[in-house]
Design a protein around this ligand. Sequence first.
Ligand SMILES: *Cc1c(COP(=O)(O)O)cnc(C)c1O
Length: 363
Amino acid sequence: MGVDATHPDDLAPASLLVSAGRPPRVPGAGVNAPLELTSTYVADGEVNYARAGNPTWTAFEDALGALEGGTALVFASGMAAVAAALSLAPERGVVVAPTHAYNGTGSILGDLADAGRLEVRRVDISDTAAVVAALDGADLLWVESPTNPMLEVADVPALVAAAHERGAVVVCDNTFATPLVQQPLADGADVVMHSVTKFLSGHSDVVLGATVTAPTGRGRALQDRLAHHRLIHGAIAGPVETWLALRGMRTMHLRVERATANAAVLAERLGGHPAVERVRYPGFGAVVSIEVCGGAEAAERVSAAVRLWTHATSLGGVESLVERRRRISTEPLTVPENLLRLSVGVEDVEDLWRDLDRALRQA
Ligand SMILES: *Cc1c(COP(=O)(O)O)cnc(C)c1O
């Protein structure tokens, strides 16, 4: 369905982002993937019902799969992809996961643990020895790096090796790093998970998720289970959202490059700001977390005072967003009350700095 079998496979990420997932080059054909709005297909084809497949999904999955070096599946949201990936752990299995994983991931793990369906061990994912110590008897290692919003960075190859020695499946939430910075499947992970809502689609106009499985025997077996999960649990992506995500993904390298350059400048300047206690920035990516002097109230005042930045949750879009994460009740209590997560966009960096600097001084 819409796969271009002639697509070269030795391209750099920028070229893959632009060229993968295009329709075959037939004279007179469109250059973009079709937006196929249908619930059913004429009988006796490859797919007969749209919960099982859609040409727009295939185009998006081809592009993301090429970028991550595996086989992709698009889901209705990042959380639908998280739920599908967690279904790979056996009933009453042991899952090792970051203390500061995305709060939705933490919530679903908490619910599954409370229901007695999983044993969950939360660890500091940047402390390799602590993670390895927690891996005995584990069925699944959940890696998120950098973590949201604490920006801790994991040693992915070392964790993968330790988990595989013990027979555990490794899933890596690659939302923050993006495949431009980190390719977990190349580091040996079995499954990559994305909130496509964020950097991949990049315009804050869709909620969407994805998994990508490794081109290994184990990866293919997991792929079959994830595809089956999507088919029968039904958390399928809308074709319109999928088309928009693919459209947004075409420029991800440009957006991420600019946003990262902006973030690096802001992180550096914020480090010397009198109203900022601490800056967390892993040295790459477009998310910076700061701790504001004056506690939660001062952090709230900063969020209220910005004019170019927007006070809103989410991240990875072209527009810069600021949010005090602890206003979300499910955020771990180890995330500081005065922590503001900055999702840096692609605006002019001096305009971003002036607005933030003024808001910080007012607060
Ligand atoms: C947003 C996010 C998710 C959840 O994705 P949705 O698309 O909001 O369902 C999962 N992981 C990380 C790291 C995220 O930032």
